[in-house]
Ligand binder design. Structure first.
Ligand SMILES: Cc1ncc(COP(=O)(O)O)c(C=O)c1O
Length: 354
């Protein structure tokens, strides 16, 4: 089976882990700090704060911006559930705005009609590695005095006219093992805001600035030095891996027939965490056929968030026709940097046979 994702771990990662194991400093320490500094520079922001996952990065970022019970946060319904759950964790309410039919990201033209006196933030998701329309979103947020938290968990290195995602608002990244770079589990918050950075650091560490003086309610959301050492090795390889993802995507797009291939806007750098197509007809059977032929095609995501049982039970009854339709039509194909030309040709052949 050609897997949908493949963590690439080399000698550099192994040696880095061994060095940390031998150092005696295993939990959050100097490697985490180095990883934060390198990641901040990579994104073009002042601060990066490492956390234990993308989910805890989102949760911490929302708390650091003061999002609390009674607040509303506007977000996209077509995403991994963590984007919206992190809003629930703070006691605030996710408000879903439908997506664009071409980018699959939140539709900025529909945001303003959902803004109320309770709205505190907008949380766009750069789905599959394709940036949301941040220029339009920032303009709306500025006009209404809203915080912007970018879910960049799938979009390391993606950019709009050269400006990296995670540098428009407060960014949140994931280093889960299928992501474009990985630390097995891990996350990062990026920000230019001194106060947000300071509060995020406290919240991930039981509300402490000074050891054992707890100023606010916090959590244990720390990354370890073992993970950060892997992250540092991975970050060095990210530009080359991203170039390969983009090249693989181009190869597929030039050859696939009778399917809708991903669209990328002028000036947008899509980093192809997923290469996602839409098929006419019975999508689920098509995925089964591809899997039987050895292609690890997967569906991200078969249900929009507001349709998930947990959200239905919370009383969500939204009708978001674009998100609902797209969730019935999409499938993702392997695009990761370890694919060989023969594997790419096999994917093309099997998809065109459908
Ligand atoms: C869009 C999106 N948001 C949030 C997350 C949560 O990240 P993690 O799995 O590291 O908690 C993920 C990844 O799984 C994701 O894809």
């Amino acid at each position: 089976m050609i897997p949908i994702a493949k963590p690439l771990m080399g000698e550099e990662e192994k040696q880095a882990v061994i060095a940390v194991l031998e150092s005696g400093q295993l939990a959050q320490g100097t490697k985490v700090q180095e990883f934060e500094e390198r990641f901040a520079a990579f994104c073009g922001v002042k601060y990066a704060i490492a956390t234990s996952s993308g989910t805890t990065a989102l949760h911490t970022a929302l708390l650091a911006h003061g999002i609390a019970p009674g607040d509303e946060v506007i977000t996209a319904p077509f995403t991994f559930i963590a984007s919206a759950n992190s809003i629930l964790f703070t006691g605030a309410k996710p408000i879903f705005v439908d997506i664009e039919a071409d980018s699959y990201n939140i539709n900025p033209t529909l945001i303003e009609e959902r803004i109320t006196l309770r709205t505190k933030a907008v949380l766009p998701v750069h789905l599959y590695g394709n940036p949301s329309d941040m220029e339009a979103i920032m303009e709306i947020a500025d006009r209404h005095g809203l915080v912007v938290i970018e879910d960049a968990c799938q979009a390391h290195g993606a950019s709009i006219h050269g400006k990296k995602v995670g540098s428009f608002g407060t960014g949140c990244f994931s280093f889960y093992s299928t992501k474009n770079i990985t630390t097995a589990e891990g996350g990062m918050i990026t920000t230019n805001d001194d106060g947000v950075a300071e509060r995020a650091r406290m919240i991930r560490q039981h509300g402490m600035r000074k050891r054992y003086y707890h100023e606010v309610l916090g959590y244990n959301f720390r990354l370890t030095d073992i993970q950060a050492a892997i992250g540092l090795a991975q970050l060095g390889k990210l530009p080359e891996w991203t170039a390969r993802r983009i090249e693989n995507a181009r190869y597929l797009t030039e050859r696939l027939q009778n399917v809708l291939t991903p669209t990328v806007r002028d000036g947008y750098l899509h980093v192809f965490h997923q290469y996602t197509i839409r098929v006419k007809g019975d999508r689920d059977t098509a995925v089964k056929k591809l899997n039987a032929a050895g292609i690890g095609a997967r569906i991200y995501y078969p249900l929009a968030v507001h349709q998930q049982l947990v959200y239905r039970q919370l009383g969500y009854q939204d009708s978001l026709p674009v998100a609902e339709r797209i969730s019935r039509e999409v499938m993702s194909l392997p695009v990761h940097p370890a694919l060989t030309l023969a594997e790419l040709d096999m994917i093309v052949g099997e998809v065109n046979k459908l």
